[in-house]
Ligand binder design. Structure first.
Ligand SMILES: NC(=O)c1ccc[n+]([C@@H]2O[C@H](COP(=O)([O-])OP(=O)(O)OC[C@H]3O[C@@H](n4cnc5c(N)ncnc54)[C@H](OP(=O)(O)O)[C@@H]3O)[C@@H](O)[C@H]2O)c1
Length: 329
């Protein structure tokens, strides 16, 4: 039946979260003024947490996860969208507080959607997804604070992951010299193919240092790792430069001194992709079309299905996913 679709559904029993792919009807979807036929979703680190019941991100079960999706509007009570429009959703706590994109259909608030920008397919939009949207936010923030391609070396941590891989590709296309920090030495050729010119062993940045200031190695950083790595990166940031902090793959706690801020005027830029306003979202998606090579994007993307998600969710938490996984619905 046209109204039936497959969905990954999470249930909770005695604190343990489990998942199953099952059929669902449109009448089971939550309230919202737009119903979307989802064509692609993406796997993000937060999905790994949600599917595994980590961090209490989901309070109500049964739950449909998936923090982003692209698709085609099927029904709309909104003036902004009509049936047939191609749309993207990232953020707004969809997939956590609201049902998400790991389903053939989703019903949402039209204010959370943006149009798929001209020049992107819906699959490319989800190959970028929340991860790539965040990479672009980081780079835009660094450039808003004065970063230019001729300044020196820009560091990307968690380089072989989703945010990291897309950040390297964008920086390389914009002419930056990129250093990629990874725990996976075997991904060196992959990272170079995206445009990194220097590979740094993750261990060099993850050990804490007794020195509050270290050599000024980087003129900017996209940091997806957090924890001790972020503290070390701050201590190695050049005078007047900035670090865009968006992730916690290596830990949420950070012990650092204030000296990089006081003696080198270093800026720590916090990046949140979830609550960005509509106009900024549209600008960032437009920049992604201009600043990201679609060949690079294809090379860092792999396609999976709904039933592959539980295993892939474990892999992403273990740091074993390379680049981006798109989920075809
Ligand atoms: N602020 C926001 O709005 C926002 C949006 C999207 C994502 N994020 C966050 O950004 C981070 C990256 O997301 P993602 O989707 O790119 O995830 P991902 O694909 O899993 O990438 C994370 C990468 O971090 C590295 N890593 C994993 N475990 C590590 C550890 N224990 N110590 C040091 N490095 C480790 C790995 O790269 P290597 O193997 O190359 O070392 C891994 O591939 C996550 O923390 C996510 O929650 C935040």
């Amino acid at each position: 039946m046209a109204d039936q679709f497959s969905a990954l559904v999470l249930t909770e029993d005695d604190g343990k979260v489990s998942s199953v792919v099952q059929d669902m009807g449109v009448d089971e979807l939550p309230d919202g003024d737009v119903t979307v036929r989802v064509t692609y979703s993406g796997l993000n680190y937060k999905d790994g947490m949600v599917i595994n019941g980590i961090g209490r991100l989901v309070r109500n079960y049964p739950h449909v996860p998936g923090i982003d999706f692209a698709g085609i509007v099927e029904d709309s009570d909104s003036d902004r969208y009509k049936p047939g429009d191609q749309v993207i959703l990232t953020g707004w706590r969809v997939g956590e507080a609201h049902w998400g994109g790991f389903a053939g259909k989703a019903r949402v608030d039209s204010n959370w959607l943006v149009p798929v920008p001209e020049g992107l397919t819906d699959k490319q939009a989800m190959a970028i997804g929340t991860a790539g949207f965040t990479s672009m936010l980081c780079i835009a923030a660094l450039e808003d604070h004065g970063l230019t391609p001729d300044a020196g070396t820009v560091l990307v941590t968690g380089a072989a992951g989703g945010v990291g891989s897309i950040a390297i590709s964008i920086l390389a296309k914009r002419g930056y010299l990129v250093a990629a920090s990874t725990g996976r030495a075997e991904q060196a050729d992959y990272l170079k193919s995206l445009g990194a010119s220097q590979i740094i062993d993750r261990a060099e940045l993850s050990e804490s240092s007794k020195r509050p200031l270290e050599p000024e190695n980087f003129v900017g950083t996209v940091d997806t790792v957090g924890g001790t790595t972020l503290a070390r990166v701050l201590a190695q940031t050049a005078y007047g430069s900035s670090v865009a902090a968006c992730g916690l793959a290596g830990g949420a706690n950070m012990a650092c001194t204030v000296l990089p801020f006081l003696l080198r005027g270093v800026n720590l830029l916090g990046i949140d992709s979830v609550m960005q306003p509509y106009d900024k979202r549209v600008k960032i998606w437009k920049r992604l079309v201009d600043d990201l090579s679609m060949n690079s994007l294809d090379g860092l993307t792999e396609e999976i299905g709904l039933s592959d998600l539980p295993e892939a969710a474990n892999d992403i938490l273990k740091g074993q996913v390379r680049g981006r996984l798109v989920v075809k619905l």
